[in-house]
Design a protein around this ligand. Sequence first.
Ligand SMILES: Nc1ncnc2c1ncn2[C@@H]1O[C@H](COP(=O)(O)OP(=O)(O)OP(=O)(O)O)[C@@H](O)[C@H]1O
Ligand SMILES: [Mg+2]
Length: 438
Amino acid sequence: MAGHDSMKVSLIDPRERRTPAEFVAALRQLKEWVGLTYRQIALRAQENGDHLARSTIAAALERDRLPRQRVVTAMVRACGEDPRPWIEARRRIAAATALGPAHPKLRSALLPVGSNALVGRTEVSDRLVRLVGSADSGASVTALTGPAGVGKSALAIQVAHRLRGRFPGGCLYVNLQGSVSGVPPLRSDELANRLAAELEGRPQESAEGVEAATRLLALLADRQILVVCDDVRSADQFESLLPLGRQATVLVTTRTARAVPAGARLLSLRPLALDDAVALLAEELGRERVSREEEELARLANLCGRLPLLLHAAGRRLAARPAWRIGALADRLDDGHRGLDELCMSGIDVRARLMASLELVDRSSVRVLAALGQTGSAEAPLSALADALGRDETDAMLALEELLDAHLVDSPEPGRYRIAAAYRWLMRDICRPQDGSW
Ligand SMILES: Nc1ncnc2c1ncn2[C@@H]1O[C@H](COP(=O)(O)OP(=O)(O)OP(=O)(O)O)[C@@H](O)[C@H]1O
Ligand SMILES: [Mg+2]
């Protein structure tokens, strides 16, 4: 077997390859070119003192992911070629794959249609770009909080796209499943394993606890990277990212302010301004239909809490019922008992999305929410609520503040709390009619 120096780059030049799939295709071509079977390659590798099982070669050539460096070296050497340009190309592709444009997790399919034109979010998008983009030394966390369906994920993904150039080490997106009913939130070591696998372009391993975090730290040693941790329930889910020193910038979205670690920057995403909420509905319904019922459109937008999720659901429901008046749907939502059914009939499971927020707070706080849902008006002062619950004010206040942090209620001023229409519908749905308890 010839030594390295006498080896030459074959007709198949790995240096021209740009993606993991192209790289693997080049390896397959190399195998074709030298005309060796898997078994023969494995035997030659053994002669070279490399350990390379036949099944490993087969698996590596069947996938469109970068094989491990050890596998590439052994295989290329067994084919009689110089592994060095292959290793160099592999490194370059691995680094570039973690970068924005080619990164699979940030492919445009993840973005909502027309996300570059999110309605009414220009200013807050610019602010978030500045906050995240200016994160300099130290592991820096920026958290975007807000109620279910307000558009946190959509905005975070848009901002990550806008910031791709700022993070040469890559932009990675992970859904931490903090508020998906029936699905356990992703753990910190699972997050670390997933990110490590993405960065190395190989299947996920199941290292645990400190081991997973340590491996990730080593991998990130000299990368400037942005990690989007979408839908976090608690800060311990991403603690493996916190000791990252200067490298990592973390953008978190969460429904609950209590998941935001001390020292993080916090941005609360508010529902859309009325004009923008109306514009979103108008986009779904068409100008003509909308122009006949402008007032009703505004009423509908407000009933939807000016939340994009609910607005889309209402828009879809009406788009599927072209003969209906807009006001007729608003009336049905206003009725209070059927509101969520109406929106769910759009095919968007609004109820499940809202229900998941109830898991973020203590059960006793859910009872307070139910009491608020039973009050005739949408807004109640603390004293009235405490009376209704037969609790003292401090007790009621602690529960209400927890609900406020989870964006289940809103508070226009200290001591006054307001429940959004959608949660009033939800609480009426799930409360037992006999005693109003949950
Ligand atoms: N500004 C906007 N303009 C148009 N559509 C939007 C806007 N913001 C969000 N949407 C759409 O509304 C829906 C809800 O948004 P998104 O999923 O981002 O909400 P979220 O705050 O992340 O909710 P959750 O707390 O459930 O994760 C999505 O379909 C999204 O594409
Ligand atoms: Mg989300």
